[in-house]
Design a protein around this ligand. Structure first.
Ligand SMILES: Cc1cc2nc3c(=O)[nH]c(=O)nc-3n(C[C@H](O)[C@H](O)[C@H](O)COP(=O)(O)OP(=O)(O)OC[C@H]3O[C@@H](n4cnc5c(N)ncnc54)[C@H](O)[C@@H]3O)c2cc1C
Length: 418
C-alpha cells in the first residue's frame, strides 16, 4: 500500500469525480474508494427519469471496473465505513477491514428524508436515492401498470416530480401531494413553479398543493390510507420525495463540526485538516459569512476538483469559472417531457461586468433565464438599465433560499434551458 493513502468514503458523483482528478494527476495508486453501495460510482440523475421507464436500461457507471485497476486504485464496495479514528488516522469498515489514511475525503451524500409517523420497512412505501431503490421501484411500477394501481408521491420537488412524470408516461394514475403552496418552492421562481404545475396537470397527473397531511392508517406492514385535508385517501403505493438529509453521522461521531452538513472551508477541508468533505454532504462558505450545501452533480464535480487540488498541495479555493472571487454554484437540472431547466451557477463578480439576459427559449414563463456578461437584452423588464444582479435574482426568485438574505454583493446567475 502507498505510504500516503487517500481514503475516499462514498461511491457517488463526488467520489467518482475525485477519483478521476487524482488519476489525471497520476495519484491513482494512493486511492482507496470505499462505498456502502455494491456497485462502482454510477450516474444518479437517470434513476428518476429514463431508467424507470425503460425496462432494459442499465445503471451507467462513471468508469468501468478495469479503469480503477489500471489507475492502481483499490475499491471496497458494499462495505461502509463505520468508524473514523482521527488520532490513529484510520477508518474501520463494516467488514472489520481497517484502512490507514494520510487524507480522508468524506463524500457521503445525503440519505432520503423519511417521516417519523411511518415506521421503516412498510411494503408499499418507497424512497428513491440509489440504484437499488430505482431497480425495485421500476419493478413495482411495471406491476402497477399491469394491475391498474395508483401511485402517490409525497413531495413536489425535483425527484418527486420527475418520478411522477416517469410513472405517468408509463400510463400510471399518479397523485402528487405537496404541503407547500407551490411546486419546486426551494429552487425556482413562483412563475416557473406555476408553469410546472400546469404542465404536470396537463399530463394527467393529479397535483394537490398546500395540502395538510393529518395522519396515516397502517395495516399488516402496509400503509392503507392517509388523512389529507380532512379526507381519507386510500394508498396503493407511496413514494416519499421529501428531500434529503446530509449524511454526516460519521463526521459528527468523530467530532468534526457539523451544521446542516459537514462544515468545510473554501478548499474543502473540515475542522480536521486531514479530512475533507465534498458534494451533497458538505456545507461550504459563501459571501457574507454564511454557509450553503448544494445537492447537484455540478457542485459534486466542482468540489471534487477543488479537493483534488488541496490533496495535491495546491490552494485553489472553490471559485467560479469566470474568474470572479467566490463561488461556483449549482446545476440543478431536470428533464420533464423533453424540457430541461438547468441552474448552472451563481458566481460573485464585479458589478460592472456582470450582465443579465432573461428570455424564453422554450414555452413558459422564466423557463429559460440566462444571466451572463453582456447587456440585458429582452422582455425581462430589466432591459437596458444598469442593475444589481442580486436584485434581479431576488426579483425573479431564482436564488436558493439560503442565498437571498446573505449575498449582498453583486452576483451573476447563470441559468439556462435547452
Ligand atoms: C433520483 C435522483 C435524481 C437526480 N437528478 C439530478 C439531476 O438531474 N441533476 C443534478 O444535478 N442532480 C441530480 N440529483 C442529485 C445528484 O445525484 C447529487 O447531487 C449527487 O449525486 C451528489 O453526489 P455525492 O457524491 O455528493 O453524493 P451521492 O451521489 O449521493 O453519493 C454518496 C455516496 O456515499 C455513500 N455512503 C454514504 N455513507 C457511507 C459510508 N459510511 N461509507 C461508505 N459509503 C457511504 C452512499 O452509499 C453513496 O454511494 C439526483 C439525485 C437523485 C437521487
Amino acid at each position: 500500500m502507498s505510504a500516503d493513502p487517500i481514503v475516499i468514503v462514498g461511491g457517488g458523483h463526488a467520489a467518482a469525480a475525485l477519483c478521476a482528478a487524482l488519476a489525471e494527476a497520476g495519484q491513482g495508486g494512493r486511492v482507496h474508494l470505499v462505498s456502502a453501495e455494491h456497485e462502482l460510482p454510477y450516474q444518479r440523475p437517470p434513476l428518476s427519469k429514463s431508467f424507470l421507464k425503460k425496462a432494459d436500461e442499465t445503471i451507467a457507471p462513471h468508469k468501468a471496473t478495469a479503469w480503477y485497476a489500471e489507475q492502481g486504485m483499490q475499491t471496497h464496495l458494499g462495505d461502509p465505513v463505520v468508524y473514523i479514528d482521527r488520532e490513529a488516522r484510520r477508518v474501520l469498515l463494516r467488514s472489520g477491514t481497517r484502512l490507514a489514511y494520510q487524507h480522508l475525503v468524506l463524500a457521503t451524500g445525503t440519505r432520503a428524508r423519511t417521516l417519523d409517523a411511518l415506521p421503516p420497512g412498510l411494503l408499499n412505501v418507497h424512497v428513491l436515492r440509489d440504484a437499488d431503490h430505482a431497480r425495485s421501484l421500476r419493478i413495482r411500477l411495471s406491476e402497477m401498470v399491469a394491475s391498474g394501481r395508483r401511485l402517490t408521491v409525497l413531495g413536489g420537488g425535483f425527484i418527486g416530480l420527475e418520478l411522477a412524470a416517469s410513472a405517468r408516461q408509463l400510463g400510471l394514475d399518479v397523485t402528487v401531494l405537496e404541503v407547500a403552496p407551490r411546486l419546486l418552492g426551494r429552487s425556482v421562481s413562483a412563475s416557473l413553479g406555476e408553469y410546472v404545475l400546469a404542465h404536470h396537470r396537463s399530463m394527467g397527473t393529479e397535483v394537490q398543493i398546500g395540502v395538510r397531511i393529518e395522519g396515516f392508517e397502517l395495516q399488516e406492514g402496509r400503509l392503507l390510507s392517509m388523512q389529507v385535508n380532512g379526507n381519507r385517501v386510500a394508498v396503493d403505493e407511496l413514494v416519499l420525495g421529501i428531500g434529503g438529509v446530509p449524511e454526516a453521522r460519521l463526521a459528527a461521531d468523530c467530532g468534526l463540526v457539523v451544521e446542516n452538513g459537514i462544515v468545510v472551508d473554501a478548499c474543502m477541508r473540515t475542522s480536521d485538516p486531514a479530512i475533507l468533505a465534498i458534494g451533497d454532504c458538505a456545507a461550504f462558505p459563501i459571501a457574507g459569512g454564511a454557509r450553503i450545501r448544494l445537492e447537484s452533480v455540478q457542485n459534486a464535480n466542482d468540489q471534487a476538483r477543488t479537493a483534488a487540488a488541496t490533496l495535491l498541495g495546491r490552494e485553489e479555493p472553490y471559485a467560479p469559472a469566470d474568474g470572479g472571487t467566490v463561488t461556483n454554484f449549482p446545476a440543478d437540472h431536470t428533464t420533464r417531457r423533453g424540457e430541461r431547466q438547468q441552474l448552472h451557477s451563481v458566481s460573485r463578480c464585479r458589478r460592472q461586468t456582470a450582465v443579465c439576459r432573461v428570455g424564453q427559449r422554450t414555452a413558459g414563463p422564466h423557463d429559460v433565464a440566462q444571466v451572463d456578461r453582456g447587456r440585458f437584452a429582452d422582455e425581462s423588464g430589466f432591459s437596458g438599465r444598469s442593475f444589481d444582479p442580486f436584485e434581479v435574482a431576488a426579483r425573479l426568485n431564482l436564488l436558493p433560499r439560503q442565498l437571498r438574505s446573505v449575498a449582498r454583493n453583486p452576483l451573476a446567475i447563470h441559468i439556462s434551458g435547452a
